[in-house]
Design a protein around this ligand. Structure first.
Ligand SMILES: *[C@@H]1O[C@H](CO)[C@@H](O)[C@H](O)[C@H]1NC(C)=O
Ligand SMILES: *[C@@H]1O[C@H](CO)[C@@H](O)[C@H](O)[C@H]1NC(C)=O
Ligand SMILES: *[C@@H]1O[C@H](CO)[C@@H](O)[C@H](O)[C@H]1NC(C)=O
Ligand SMILES: *[C@@H]1O[C@H](CO)[C@@H](O)[C@H](O)[C@H]1NC(C)=O
Ligand SMILES: *[C@@H]1O[C@H](CO)[C@@H](O)[C@H](O)[C@H]1NC(C)=O
Ligand SMILES: *[C@@H]1O[C@H](CO)[C@@H](O)[C@H](O)[C@H]1NC(C)=O
Length: 662
């Protein structure tokens, strides 16, 4: 569970918002108003603008004041009761207080609001204008109404009509208005005292210049203040940080001069986050607004200014409850009323979730009808929540294809490129090369990317942990981008799979009368081996001596039976049995990949008699008599020495009557 963090996004209201590149630059939307929707929500009018209407990247809002248009700057919006909220994709809501400036108010019952929206793109010629006229009715004004919007605090009190018959009924004490002796001054608001909490006196002109708004309608007196002005102050109420706006207004009406005490208190914190739930705490007893005993008569929760009923709340998993000191609204993180936004600080993937709950409370003083109606619009954005992408490896090694799914991204993430060992490829380039990249969008709003790469692809590395096993590995860095802000981040993955798929080289041999023939058919790894013939490595010189022939798939050696590398196993008077040992080995790991012992009999006359009486004999050193030294061999007559000898042969030549043969 996270620590309490009063992270509140006071999406400081921009009536003129410049979103930079924030909105996707879609084609020019039609001039139709189909993406615009106006709703009357109690004491507010809400204008919703679909992202499809967000042409270009700058929205200018003007209020229609009779026949004139008044540009709503952020300052003027806060002063006059207008607020605006845009998500990163351009979905925008503009709220207008029915008590706001430029609203055509008929008897505090019917309100006509005109707004003109102008959307600009880069080129000044691309301006799309929408004009909206909306009439709202609202008659259920409470004696006191407090409205907390993102950028302003508004309070309106019923203005007592003091006629002689009903002069100062008892309950007016709680309406906080008092009539004074008529001073004879002209009608209207005459002066006001702000409490900071120290009193600060201003005349209407000064107050207006300081950003406040003071206004009377047929029945009510309204004051409005932006947050954090010199004449507002912060106060903890039941542990919840609040901004308090307190003012006494001296108002001169036909009936006389009255003092109206107004107070608004709006939360600036009080949100607790866990990974799954947002808990929003509001003081149960709003002490800056009330003296004496008040009880909660009604309590409603809403979203985006729209009240929800019980079943709607239940369906969304929202709860609204009270504790001894607080009203608590709970919203599951991820509810469809809000939105996720991806972020990548320090190249890591995070998301935030933003939702805009509303709370309406009706307090009533004991035994009276002196109600206080209270409404807060309160956008909440969670802190950054790390969402390390998850990698699902679906590779079946026997299929010879890497198959991986990289998921857990929200809809605003796009796959841009993939860095393989061979270099960076875009999605299109990857697909063109047979590395199959696909995007998958799930019903829960997340998306993933799948990749399929054959083990044979040049981007796959191969190693052999043992002679028969190949380990394939695919190191990747997936390059992603968050739209519309264009933040980049990346995720590295290395896939690995092993397969017993090595085919070893195969040796076969044959002999003719004089030679061994050895044939090697290469295995799956081609000519990755060294060859030993007998005890010697097959050097280029030796290969030449043994008539090495090779092509892409085979090599063939022709080794004379009596070559140095053969072994003699047996001799008879007419033949000799010789053996040739061949070993193939892998030089890096010294693995023996194959061997062959090829034994053949070769014709050999070991003794010969010539007609002139000469006899020749050959003595051969057999493998089984390793200590024999042919040059030291003698016949029975020890003086008969070989006429010629080497390390394996001794040749004798003698006449039939010599050397003890007779
Ligand atoms: C709005 O219209 C009223 C009445 O026509 C006018 O007195 C006032 O000056 C106008 N406000 C602005 C800001 O133009
Ligand atoms: C809105 O009202 C104004 C002033 O009353 C009028 O000039 C304009 O034509 C109206 N616009 C629409 C779209 O009805
Ligand atoms: C969304 O759905 C996908 C596929 O069903 C699932 O893997 C993922 O965990 C879900 N994500 C969330 C945030 O619910
Ligand atoms: C690949 O994508 C990442 C992330 O979006 C980006 O930072 C990087 O510049 C891209 N590389 C190339 C070569 O396009
Ligand atoms: C390679 O040599 C072997 C043995 O001589 C022979 O069977 C094979 O057909 C040859 N292959 C090619 C591609 O030349
Ligand atoms: C006998 O004949 C053989 C073979 O022709 C020859 O090598 C040898 O020198 C001859 N011996 C003598 C003593 O002439």
């Amino acid at each position: 569970m996270w620590r309490l963090k009063n992270i509140l996004l006071w999406n400081l209201m921009a009536a003129v918002i410049v979103l930079g590149q924030a909105w996707p630059n879609t084609k020019l939307a039609s001039q139709s108003s189909s993406g615009l929707k106006a709703d009357c929500l109690g004491n507010l009018m809400r204008l919703s603008m679909d992202e499809a209407l967000a042409v270009g990247n700058q929205l200018v809002v003007e209020a229609i004041n009779g026949t004139q248009c008044v540009l709503l700057t952020p300052t003027l919006a806060a002063q006059c009761g207008y607020s605006m909220e845009s998500d990163p994709w351009g979905n925008t809501r503009i709220y207008t207080s029915l008590m706001g400036c430029f609203v055509d108010n008929k008897d505090d019952a019917t309100f006509k609001i005109g707004l003109k929206l102008q959307m600009y793109s880069q080129r000044p010629s691309d301006v799309v204008t929408h004009e909206v006229n909306q009439t709202c009715s609202y008659t259920r004004w409470a004696p006191k109404e407090i409205l907390c919007d993102r950028n302003y605090m508004e309070v309106s009190n019923y203005l007592m009509k003091a006629n002689p018959q009903t002069k100062r009924p008892a309950q007016d004490q709680n309406v906080d208005s008092y009539l004074l002796e008529d001073s004879g001054a002209s009608h209207g608001i005459w002066k006001m005292t702000f409490f900071t909490p120290e009193p600060v006196v201003m005349v209407p002109r000064e107050a207006e210049q300081a950003g406040y708004s003071a206004m009377t309608t047929s029945n009510r007196l309204i004051m409005r203040s932006p947050y954090n002005t010199p004449e507002t102050f912060s106060e903890d109420v039941a542990g919840i940080p609040m901004e308090v706006f307190k003012v006494s207004v001296y108002n001169k009406a036909e009936s006389g001069l009255g003092i109206v005490n107004l107070a608004a208190a709006c939360p600036t914190g009080g949100v607790l986050f866990t990974e799954s739930v947002i808990s929003w705490y509001i003081p149960r007893r709003m002490t800056p607004l009330m003296d004496g005993t008040f009880r909660i008569v009604e309590m409603h929760m809403g979203i985006n200014g729209q009240r929800l009923d019980r079943s709607q709340m239940a369906a969304r998993g929202y709860t609204l409850s009270t504790t001894d000191f607080h009203i608590v609204a709970e919203i599951p993180v991820g509810s469809p009323d809000g939105y996720y936004k991806s972020h990548a600080p320090e190249y890591q993937y995070y998301v935030t979730y933003t939702v805009e709950p509303m709370l309406e409370v009706l307090w009533r003083a004991d035994g009276t009808q002196d109600d206080i109606k209270y409404k807060v619009l309160f956008p909440i954005t969670t802190p950054l929540m790390p969402r390390p992408p998850h990698v699902e490896d679906y590779t079946v090694p026997e299929d010879g294809v890497f198959s991986v799914m990289l998921g857990g991204f929200f809809h605003d993430v796009e796959l841009k490129n993939i860095t393989f060992v061979t270099g960076v490829l875009t999605v299109e380039e990857s697909n063109a090369r047979g590395l199959i990249v696909q995007e998958h969008i799930y019903t829960n709003g997340t998306k993933g990317f799948s990749l399929q790469v054959s083990f044979d692809a040049d981007v796959v590395l191969k190693t052999n942990p043992d002679p028969l096993i190949t380990t394939y590995s695919l190191p990747l860095t997936v390059g992603l981008i968050i739209l519309p802000d264009g933040t980049s981040f990346a995720h590295e993955v290395t896939l690995q799979a092993s397969l017993q798929d090595v085919v070893l080289p195969a040796l076969t041999g044959t002999c003719d009368q004089k030679h061994f023939y050895v044939r090697v058919k290469y295995g799956s790894q081609d000519r990755n081996f060294e060859t030993a013939v007998g005890m010697r490595q097959l050097t280029p010189d030796l290969a030449k001596a043994y008539k090495l022939q090779e092509n892409r798939t085979h090599l063939i050696l022709r080794v004379p039976y009596n070559a140095q590398d053969s072994n003699f196993e047996l001799v008879s008077s007419v033949s000799i049995q010789a053996r040739l040992d061949i070993v193939l080995w892998e030089p890096n790991n010294q693995w023996v990949l194959g061997d062959l012992s090829l034994a053949c009999s070769f014709p050999l006359m070991t003794t010969k008699c010539y007609p002139n009486g000469t006899i020749t004999a050959v003595a051969v050193k057999l493998e089984s008599v390793p200590s024999l030294v042919p040059s030291q061999l003698t016949l029975k007559d020890r003086s008969c020495r070989p006429v010629f000898s080497n390390d394996r042969f001794a040749h004798f030549s003698f006449s039939a009557d010599s050397c003890g043969t007779s």
